[in-house]
Design a protein around this ligand. Structure first.
Ligand code: ATP
Ligand code: MG
Length: 382
């Protein structure tokens, strides 16, 4: 079976690696170069997108920001999962909020903005501070502003106006202002839904962000009380979208109550721990779902933490001295802050995980790998 993935980054790479033992052959469409490429080697094929669609048994995507015409031709083949509506919703915060409102899933209070008066209304109704985000095109904390005082309104509005003006009639640019949520922690739920509507959901993941970018995830803490809220939200949203594939939902935990932050209609960085933490990783389950195969086991096999490698030229090989540490390198050219790889660390219990994280800080300095020591200290307390 051949699977065509729209997008040729690390998520396509890891889906390809997970698909190989299932005899799923993956080719990727590089949206930037508009070429069909090998997801691991980057080798460029002479195949056109139309030919790749024709010869694929199933088509999926590794990210949301895909040109509309590409999505349309993929959808017209009836092989595209999770479908155009899900991808569009995940790529537009306004559509995302509309879906949450429709399914009665709580999120941060918000105000859509297309003119300056709306920004002033947001300040008046939601209060300060505000987190302001572009509805389209943002990722890894990009396309965001923090408004803390009234004297920032003019400056932020002028930048927002530039973004709004760069939209077109077919692809309008809009902005959303959200109340800044004083959360205790951030968590995410990741699960798969198959073509028959069966779902398999991974345990809740706790996520640490630094400057708006995910730096560390931990799975395996006792989270039952809040986990059920996340599972309910997942089920409502996945069913509403008649979703097929892996879906991720990020939440703010405010004193035990979850508010949705955002939805990703794809495998997600906060699910990379499943490669070692579960029998069937999020990548394999996504491949299984879109290929029409039965879903795999999502139960926790090992307590696991994932450390993101951001902007580094390589993963220090000394980390492999620690038992049950695996290194995942994406083969990209290093740029400051760029997601280059990740490190998974598994343990039999939280105190062993804390010890291993402590051990790794010898090779992973705080300035390059923030939050590891703090996470280890919190694990000892929990
Ligand atoms: P990614 O693609 O990495 O998930 P993103 O660019 O899509 O990031 P968000 O997830 O919306 O952006 O925001 C990035 C981070 O900024 C969040 O994980 C959270 O730490 C913080 N943040 C976003 N919205 C709010 C909010 N309303 N209140 C408090 N913090 C927020
Ligand atoms: Mg996010």
């Amino acid at each position: 079976m051949t699977i065509l993935i729209l997008g040729a980054g690390q998520l396509a790479r890891m889906m390809s690696l997970a698909g190989a033992p299932l005899n799923l052959n993956v080719v990727a469409y590089d949206v930037g170069s508009q070429k069909i490429v090998h997801p691991l080697t980057g080798e460029v094929y002479s195949t056109t997108l139309e030919q790749a669609i024709e010869s694929a048994d199933a088509i999926t995507a590794e990210f949301e920001h895909i040109p509309d015409d590409v999505l349309t031709i993929c959808c017209n083949s009836n092989k595209f999962f999770p479908g155009k509506a899900a991808i569009k919703t995940g790529g537009d915060r306004a559509l995302e909020k509309a879906l949450l409102d429709k399914t009665n899933v709580t999120c941060a209070p918000y105000q859509l903005i297309t003119e300056k008066a709306h920004l002033e209304l947001a300040v008046k109704n939601l209060g300060k501070p505000l987190v302001i985000k572009t509805c389209q095109a943002g990722y890894d904390g990009k396309g965001q502003w923090r408004l803390k005082s009234d004297d920032q309104i003019d400056e932020i509005w002028s930048q927002m106006a530039d973004f709004i003006a760069s939209g077109t009639e077919e692809a309008p640019h809009t902005i959303i202002a959200e109340k800044m949520i004083p959360f205790d922690r951030e968590v995410s739920i990741i699960g798969a839904r198959d073509k028959h509507g069966n779902v398999a959901i991974y345990p809740l993941t706790e996520n640490e962000h630094t400057n708006g970018v995910l730096t560390l995830s931990i799975a395996g803490k006792n989270n039952h009380q809040v986990e059920q809220q996340a599972v309910d939200a997942f089920t409502k949203i996945a069913n509403e979208l008649n979703y097929v594939g892996v879906l991720a939902i990020e939440f703010f935990d405010v004193q035990g109550t979850l508010l949705v932050n955002e939805i990703a209609p794809r495998v997600h960085n906060s699910g990379h721990w499943t490669q070692q933490g579960c029998h069937c990783s999020q990548f394999e389950n996504h491949m299984r779902a879109v290929a029409g195969l039965p879903l795999g086991n999502t139960e926790l096999k090992h307590i696991t933490a994932m450390i993101n490698v951001l902007g580094q030229p390589s993963i220090p090989s000394d980390v492999l001295k620690t038992v049950d540490v695996t290194s995942h390198w994406y083969g990209k050219t290093a740029k400051p802050g760029r997601k280059m790889g990740h490190i998974n660390v598994s343990a039999v219990n939280m105190s062993e995980l804390a010890d291993k994280l402590g051990e790794l800080t010898e090779y992973l300095p705080e300035q390059d790998y923030p939050g590891i020591l703090k996470a280890a200290a919190n694990l000892v307390l929990s």
